[in-house]
Design a protein around this ligand. Sequence first.
Ligand code: GAP
Length: 557
Amino acid sequence: MTQDSSKKPMDAIMALCKRRGFIYQASEIYGGINGFWDYGPMGAQLKKNLRDAWWQDMILRPCWGRNGPNGKPVRNVGLETCIIQHPKVWEASGHLAGFADPMRKCAGCGHFVRADQLWDTIVTASEWFASVIQEFDPAPEGTQTPRLNAERLMKWARTKGKRLAPNLALVRNPEVTLSWLVTRVNGQPESPPEIIEIVRHLATEQLNVTGLQDPCPRCGAVLGEPAPFKLMFETFAGLTQTEDNKVYLRPETAQGVFVQFKNVADTTRIKMPFGIGNTGRSFRNEITPRNFTFRSREFEQAELEFFCHPDESLDWYKFWRDFRMEWWKEIGLAGENLILREHEKDELSHYSQGTSDVEYRFPFTSPGFGELEGIAHRGNYDLTQHQKVSGAKLDFFDTDRGEILPNGGKKGERYLPHCIEPAAGLDRGALALICEGYTRDDSRASPEFLKLHPRIAPVKAAVFPLVAKDGMPEVAEKLHAELSDKFWKLGGVEMDEKQSIGKRYARMDEIGTPFCITIDGDTMAVQTVTVRDRDTATQQKVSLDKVGAFLSEKLGV
Ligand code: GAP
């Protein structure tokens, strides 16, 4: 059964990620840098396992060997393209002109806020709002509504509030703002206010005091009008730092594929329909990087551009949409925490005939969901644009189409293929797998553990000598060497002989190791080991010479 991710404490998950070497703040000893994260030894391996799983299931054996809607095996090839491309690539793709978020600058503190995420930011990341909410008391027994202590809130406005958000109406004009809040919160227990209603009220008061409705999430002052803020990082290639030498860090891996489409088509024997996969770092100067690695400024994508005849494109769109959803389930995301959301018609780009998002209910988005992957029908927009701006012919001559000739062959058809794009984020994927796997069971000696799919777990098994004597360490070392030889390609097997057995189990549980194998008295006497299952904490005896085979079967490798 899946656990509702909204019940999972994000603080505890982040603490575990740091404690066990999954994710560290980048440049931490210098105070960190907003929107950048490094992966520790466990995180680097977990992310590699995720990237490998994508590459194996999308490029090496696409869709687990399944046929596409044309009744034939799916054909994909890999590609690795540069982070820095010719600046015209971004002119053609539309990123130079259009890849910008609407920003509002606060007249009080100079803070920038994304105009389309203002309310979200106030509720989830505003220090003053969190501080106001702390002034609420829990609902008295038998009622649902929390209570508001008017006196305490007045005190808050005069002290903490003044420091946190001096321009907020609630701080500048507390009596008026307060009277509504207290009446609404304490007076109608049968219809308790939603958080959004409280925020709206504060904002309306803000309108009366400042003339503008939306308060700055940081200080509560007036926000300026929205203006576009470019999301691409700029740098220079060459000796002089002039406009002529300006280049951009790619905001997506996809464009590398479109500009190499012709080379791949001409230099391989691949036939239409086919996909080209590209994984790697992308960069976006996000205005409000937040929610751990969810919205970062440097992140990794795994994108497939699947090219096909326009007449077949809707079938392929549906095929990829369904397969990608199935894939995320297969590697460990499940149940009600994962949804496939088809975009409404008015959400679609003008060239798109369909877009769906695979979304996961992260603890910080709950009860809502956050995007893990977008599957978009891009039509022939990108190839058309690159053809126009570069002048290169990017159409494809398909020898499997056209009327049948007297010699039995086909006449062929020249066309600009349509493209279906499943575009996944590996950092969001890794974060979703960690959140989904995070489990707390206080009845266990080691209450926190990560239920990771064996394919994703950074360590597949650990070998422990029960005590560091009586020949046990030697047997453990031999078994460890044997299992490492067998499983090293999958992320490895660890050996640990320090501390109590309970502490060793706890460490392995927290990094998501599916099995721990203990060399104990029985091993020395009757050649059996004790194998402990991470998820159930149950133990079973396995013959020493059968441990490799046991793990192969359990890990599915
Ligand atoms: N080529 C299409 C494209 O890039 P996107 O929806 O902007 O589409 C695809 O990005 C995926 O990349 C997203 O679903 C998400 O998983 C990941 N992604 C995008 N921006 C991100 C960010 N700032 N931080 C982490 N991951 C991000």
